[in-house]
Design a protein around this ligand. Structure first.
Ligand SMILES: [Zn+2]
Length: 678
């Protein structure tokens, strides 16, 4: 049967048995997520990790929060009991507990766990009891215990330190995710009461003119607005009146009041993206996590309010972040001082790179994928998922890293716990959300964004379509997608073709693969027949056909080992090369290559071989090739004969004790650091 294309869809037809495939089509702009509950992950790479994080990491973090210096949860009990002083941890501890609940909720949504849910219910009861101590529902345990007369940082308090708006934002996010996972409104009742009180107190004069010191609440309040737009029936179950327009108004105030004079608050300056109005900001500056979370909020709000100033700002700042200020691993925030972005192309390999920055950049990128319907944002999300963010938790699941430099003479450090344990909850938020990131949709088409073995039930306007994806990605570029519509019908299936697999790079790109595959490195088949000459529009190859249950799409992404060079403007990477294979960035550790790695020299024409090793680091594909090494023999540098060297995925670094580690390797002796010969 042959069909005629209509409407906006453009492209050429390719005849296939059982229908036809349109090999190019215009994609629509705004995408909607496919909910976590609609997706089941069955994946050799991700499933064991997600089980470990649910069974070990979440419990480990809750235990440590419970026990840390008197206990983060105990802070709520002290407020409930009317005590004063004795707050455990920093003022943002409430927020970190809420983030733990949000991340855990997403894991619960994918994989119910009665014991974990019961534990969280217990925490929520204690949070509710603390809130009941204030008739207005105000809740911020640090302020209540330590400085009860300085709410919101007023009366001589320190609004930059107290994190009240950050905490309420994290509470709202946790409440929405916990409701979506369990159907319970217990945390939502607490969140809405505090959100309402926040709206009563903060905003344009005559309210207190305060903006968030640590962004996060912008996106959270936008999401709270959207949630009640979609669930008006829930308002009846809540103890307070809900007018969701107030949440949106306050979220927009927090964006738009930044960089302007405010009566109640001095400027936070560049550190907190408050030196100029958000819509006038041209570069990512200041504290990297805050900047990226602010942008996550701006991009989320652009999708709600449709305003071009929000959209243009989000696009501009993302381009700057990814085009000039992001490490190969997805790390952001180069300086320890202020945990801040540096100048464009200032990317020293011992840069700071807080884990939370990678996660926030992932959230920002994901929002822009939904907003613009463009797969290039998923390239960055994927960079974070496989590299910058994934590196935070040890392979055992119970130790963590805060900073993630690309080189370390003694190896990166993992800690059991930290005075500011913000990174594990942020990590769990991102990885908990993973099932919901694999696919996206609009009313009549489906987007395959990530290659993760999974089954998804996707509700289009007229019917449910089941997709079953099978793959050994990221170790192998073969992806099989079985398409099972409830009844045979036409729709578009958009499949992301990763940027690392597309044609020649522009000289303006931050990173270029020296063996970058040309167009044609991605191959598509439908029911065994090759789809020739498909176009890639906004990063997607589009298959339009009358789909029958049992149709099979096969995507093959060539995965050569790629030698990456950085833009010539990046001084730190001059005469240096890094290795990638597929989305995975590699590093060299002393554990595989002798005690030093800074003295290795990899010639530009070196060929590396990829080899799966089940016994190494929980099962990874290692890369082997040859290098020479520079030694200091007395006053004389000498170069050793070539020998075999081994690279491991960056995410698995720092799992074998302290061992030197490096991503950007010397390509010539001029930048190698000779090892002293004893
Ligand atoms: Zn952090």
């Amino acid at each position: 049967m042959k069909n005629i294309s209509i409407g906006l869809v453009v492209g050429t037809l390719c005849c296939l048995p059982g229908g036809w495939v349109k090999i190019s089509a215009q994609t629509s702009d705004r995408l909607t997520p496919v909910p976590i509950q609609a997706v089941t992950i069955e994946d050799a790479f991700w499933s064991p990790k997600r089980t470990l994080w649910q069974e070990v990491t979440i419990l480990d973090c809750f235990d440590k929060f419970d026990n840390d210096r008197g206990g983060a949860i105990n802070n709520f009990d002290r407020v409930r009991d009317g005590k004063s002083g004795g707050h455990a941890g920093p003022p943002w501890y409430d927020g970190l507990i809420y983030e733990m609940i949000r991340g855990s909720a997403d894991f619960l949504a994918a994989h119910p766990d009665a014991a974990l849910e019961k534990r969280i219910d217990g925490y929520i009861a204690r949070i509710a009891a603390a809130q009941a101590a204030d008739t207005n529902g105000y809740l911020n345990t640090w302020t209540e215990l330590e400085h009860p007369d300085q709410r919101w940082g007023l009366n001589g308090g320190n609004d930059g330190y107290q994190h009240e708006m950050y905490n309420v934002g994290a509470l709202c996010e946790a409440a929405l995710h916990y409701y979506q996972a369990t159907g319970k409104t217990s945390l939502l009742k607490i969140a809405v009461k505090l959100a309402n009180f926040t709206c009563d107190q903060i905003g344009p004069a005559p309210k207190y003119e305060l903006v968030t010191n640590h962004p996060l609440a912008e996106e959270a309040f936008g999401n709270l607005y959207l949630f009640f737009q979609q669930h008006p029936e829930l308002k009846r179950d809540l103890p307070v009146t809900v007018d969701e327009r107030r949440y949106l108004a306050l979220a927009q105030y927090w964006v738009e009041a930044r960089g302007h004079q405010r009566k109640d608050q001095k400027s936070y300056g560049t550190y907190n993206q408050d030196d100029k109005p958000v819509f006038a900001q041209t570069e990512m500056e200041g504290h990297a996590v805050r900047a990226a979370l602010l942008c996550a909020g701006v991009s989320e709000l652009a999708g709600i309010n449709g305003r071009s100033d929000y959209q243009a700002t989000a696009d501009r700042l993302w381009n700057n972040m990814c085009g000039e200020k992001m490490y190969l691993t997805g790390g952001i925030g180069v300086t320890a001082d202020g945990e801040a972005f540096g100048n464009n192309y200032q990317l020293p390999n011992d840069g700071y790179l807080e884990t939370c920055g990678s996660v926030a950049a992932g959230f920002f990128s994901r929002n822009l994928n939904l907003l613009n319907g463009d797969a290039r944002y998923v390239d960055t999300l994927e960079r974070e998922l496989f590299n910058g963010a994934l590196a935070v938790v040890s392979l055992a699941g119970n130790s963590y890293s805060y900073i993630n430099p690309l080189q370390s003479a003694n190896g990166n450090l993992r800690w059991s716990w930290n005075g500011c344990p913000c990174c594990p909850p942020m990590f769990l938020k991102l990885m908990g959300a993973l099932p919901g990131y694999i696919y996206a949709q609009d009313q009549s088409s489906i987007y395959v964004n990530l290659f993760v073995g999974s089954t998804a039930k996707i509700q289009l306007t007229n019917q449910t379509v089941t997709l079953k994806q099978t793959t050994d990605y990221p170790w192998n570029g073969d992806v099989k997608i079985e398409v099972r519509p409830a009844q045979a019908s036409e729709f578009d299936l958009h499949i992301r073709i990763p940027g690392w697999c597309q044609g020649a790079a522009s000289p303006d790109d931050l990173y270029t693969a020296s063996q970058r595959p040309l167009n044609g490195a991605a191959h598509l088949k439908v029911n065994g027949k090759p789809v020739d000459n498909f176009e890639i529009v906004r990063g997607y190859a589009t298959l339009h056909r009358r789909w029958q249950s049992g149709d099979v799409v096969q995507l093959t992404l060539d995965m050569p080992v790629q030698l990456i060079t950085a833009n010539v403007k990046v001084d730190a990477d001059k005469n240096r090369v890094a290795l990638m294979r597929g989305p995975m960035v590699y590093c060299f550790e002393g554990a595989d290559n002798g005690t030093a790695v800074q003295n290795l020299i990899i010639a530009p024409e070196t060929k590396f071989t990829a080899e799966p090793k089940r016994s190494v680091l929980g099962g990874v594909t290692v890369l082997t090739g040859t290098a020479t090494a520079l030694f200091q023999d007395g006053s004389r540098p000498v170069t050793a004969l070539p020998f075999v060297i081994t690279a491991i995925p960056y995410y698995a670094n720092a799992n074998r004790g302290t061992s030197p580690m490096q991503v950007w390797m010397a390509e010539s002796a001029s930048v190698a650091k000779p090892q002293r010969q004893d």
